[in-house]
Design a binder for this molecule. Structure first.
Ligand code: GAP
Length: 450
């Protein structure tokens, strides 16, 4: 196993051990392409989602939210081009039965129809549609076919007129949505990087034709800044512009933000100029007029252009985990305790913000610590741990990425002070209990990763 695979292995194992991510249906041998988010995982996922939602809707006056249904009218997917174009090239090995994406294997072997695993004969390449098909209602005939959405974007397009009218929105404006998407991926590997069930955070920005390039540049800058603001190591990010043969069927221009995962640089989020492709197609397929009426410009009518920012929420979670993960030497005693595993999450992203730890369970310290936790709870996500040596408890919190620990000791009973311990520097300060909330608030606001 190379170093990169070993790092991923450690992250997968930490995720399971600490309850971030579990394999779906594990007791039945696991379900490929599906994962479950445990207590720490769901807090982390919620925090990433909240940060994105705040960024989009709270900090931009002209962006509103939506939560559209996963099941949509099947004509949506004809109009969007997904029925025809949302395919991957697939080959199977006739001997070992392995299945590959033809564009992801050695092209010389593909040309010779030779299996990269066992050398057996490969089938011809065929197009495989990634949409999950099911049927609605009791009869399973083709008239009842329905798809699980492969992107959240279409729910926004079909609602754009409803939203613009009900909220009296003027162009340019955006609609943001977070939700599940499903793709029948041929190859699912690298933990939660590429899965069949995942979540997206998408924002569609509606602009005047001709102003699309300006807004495309604007949104690229905004999305880059988002990661910087949330503590990601910026040398791990880069841009990748799609070449003509990579562009999706709807895009005029597309740039990906790529992150250097343990397996290399991979797509994290895409910013796409989708032009008027989607709304034109929905006009054609639905027969409804989806033009925008520009009342400020003599009732000028046009189909808006759309700039899309499309990030995977679950892929972001993997990115935040990989970026936070560090093994640090903290002592030189020649044993395993010399090292600590620490997740250096930004405090706004960390699943738990503060852990309260009584030095001892006895002499009223546990009760006092619980009382302090009650106070902190109103403001922060907290944890409480009274089991084992204090050093071990700090390590447990480091491994969960908790940025602050509050320790309650005998002095606390006398003078109402506590110890505040910082995850990153491991420094400790003594402060009055009455100043705790304000101090933690300030530390979160001024947080810089070391
Ligand atoms: N609406 C445009 C769209 O869906 P995409 O590039 O296919 O564009 C956007 O997907 C983002 O969704 C990707 O950058 C990635 O973060 C996430 N994503 C796509 N497929 C995924 C999968 N199978 N598993 C996890 N995340 C996925």
């Amino acid at each position: 196993m190379d170093d990169h695979a070993a790092t991923m292995e450690k992250i997968v194992s930490l995720s399971k051990r600490r309850g971030f991510v579990f394999q779906s249906s594990e007791i039945y041998g696991g379900q490929n392409g599906a994962w479950d988010y445990g207590p720490l995982g769901i807090e982390l996922k919620n925090n990433i989602q909240r940060a994105w939602w705040r960024e989009m809707t709270q900090l931009h006056d002209n962006i509103v939210g939506l939560d559209a249904a996963i099941l949509m009218h099947p004509r949506v997917w004809e109009a969007s081009g997904h029925v025809e174009n949302f395919t991957d090239p697939l080959v199977d090995c006739k001997k070992c039965k392995s299945r590959f994406r033809a564009d992801q294997i050695d092209q010389e072997k593909l040309a010779k129809k030779e299996c990269p695993e066992c050398g057996g004969e490969l089938t011809d390449t065929r197009k495989f549609n990634l949409m999950f098909k099911t049927s609605i209602g009791p009869a399973e005939d083709s008239s009842n076919t329905i798809f699980l959405r492969p992107e959240t974007a279409q729910g926004i397009y079909v609602n754009y007129k409803n939203i613009a009218q009900s909220n009296r929105l003027k162009i340019p404006f955006g609609i943001a949505q977070v939700g599940k998407a499903f793709r029948n991926e041929i190859v699912t590997k690298n933990f939660i990087f590429r899965t069949c069930e995942f979540e997206q955070m998408e924002m569609q920005f509606f602009v005047k034709p001709g102003e699309d390039v300006k807004w495309f540049d604007f949104w690229r800058e905004q999305r880059w800044a988002f990661y910087q603001k949330h503590g990601i190591r910026m040398d791990k990010l880069r841009w990748h512009q799609h070449g003509p043969d990579e562009l999706a069927h709807y895009a005029k221009d597309a740039w990906d933000i790529e992150y250097e995962f343990p397996m290399g640089f991979r797509e994290l989020e895409g910013v796409h100029n989708r032009t008027d492709f989607d709304l034109k197609r929905h006009t054609e397929y639905s027969g409804k007029d989806l033009q925008y009426i520009d009342q400020d410009n003599g009732n000028d009518r046009f189909i808006p252009y759309i700039i899309e920012t499309s990030a995977g929420l679950t892929r972001n979670l993997l990115m935040f985990l990989c970026d936070a993960y560090e093994e640090e030497k903290v002592a030189d005693k020649g044993n395993a305790d010399d090292w600590r595993t620490v997740l250096r999450f930004h405090p706004k992203i960390a699943p738990v913000t503060v852990a309260v730890l009584p030095l001892m369970k006895k002499d009223g310290l546990a009760e006092l610590a619980q009382e302090i936790r009650q106070e902190l709870k109103e403001e922060f996500m907290t944890d409480y741990d009274q089991a084992g040596a204090i050093g071990k408890r700090y390590r447990r919190q480091d491994e969960a990425g908790t940025p602050f620990c509050v320790t309650v000791d005998y002095d606390s009973k006398e003078d109402n002070t506590v110890t505040l311990r910082f995850r990153d520097s491991m420094e400790q300060v003594r402060i009055p209990r009455s100043e705790l909330v304000e101090r933690i608030r300030t530390e979160i606001k001024n947080y810089k990763r070391i």
